[in-house]
Design a protein around this ligand. Structure first.
Ligand code: HEC
Length: 118
């Protein structure tokens, strides 16, 4: 009985240790073009300068790419972001999206096991 309880504790500790990997271990290096984004979205995209500006940090890269393509194509209308997205290539958009996805965030975004960076 006691042995079984200890085993359970060890198992729980092991699971928790596995989940507690530092987020920084998975961080992606900042693309050069991320510097301009920080002017409004904050360092790492996680501290916007105004409350109505969205946080990019920790958002799914496929969502961020989708949003940036829509600003660029004019499907999502925002004059500020249209100007920002106009100069981004597909490769820039992908690199920026992967970078911001990897940044630490205070937002809660559930992990989807089947989610793969695209
Ligand atoms: C001058 C300020 C400013 C700069 C610089 C800026 N943004 Fe934005 N960004 C905004 C604002 C304001 C919004 C909200 C627009 C809206 O309502 O659609 C936004 C929205 C976004 C969104 C949509 C987020 C969501 O949750 O839907 C993405 C993605 C984004 N920005 C990426 C970037 C990237 C990448 C850069 C750098 C290349 C950048 N932004 C530079 C102001 C800025």
């Amino acid at each position: 009985m006691i042995a079984a309880m200890n085993f359970k504790r060890i198992l729980i500790a092991a699971v928790l240790a596995g989940l507690a990997l530092p987020a920084s271990a998975a961080e992606t290096a900042a693309p050069e073009k991320a510097a301009v984004c920080a002017a409004c979205h904050g360092p790492g995209g996680g501290k916007p300068i105004l409350p109505e500006y969205p946080s990019l940090a920790g958002q799914y890269s496929n969502y961020l790419q989708h949003a940036l393509h829509e600003y660029k194509d004019g499907k999502r209308k925002n004059p500020v972001m249209a100007a920002q997205a106009a100069g981004l290539s597909d490769a820039d958009i992908k690199a920026l999206a992967l970078y911001f996805e990897s940044q630490e965030t205070t937002l809660f975004t559930p992990k989807i096991p089947s989610h793969k960076a695209r």
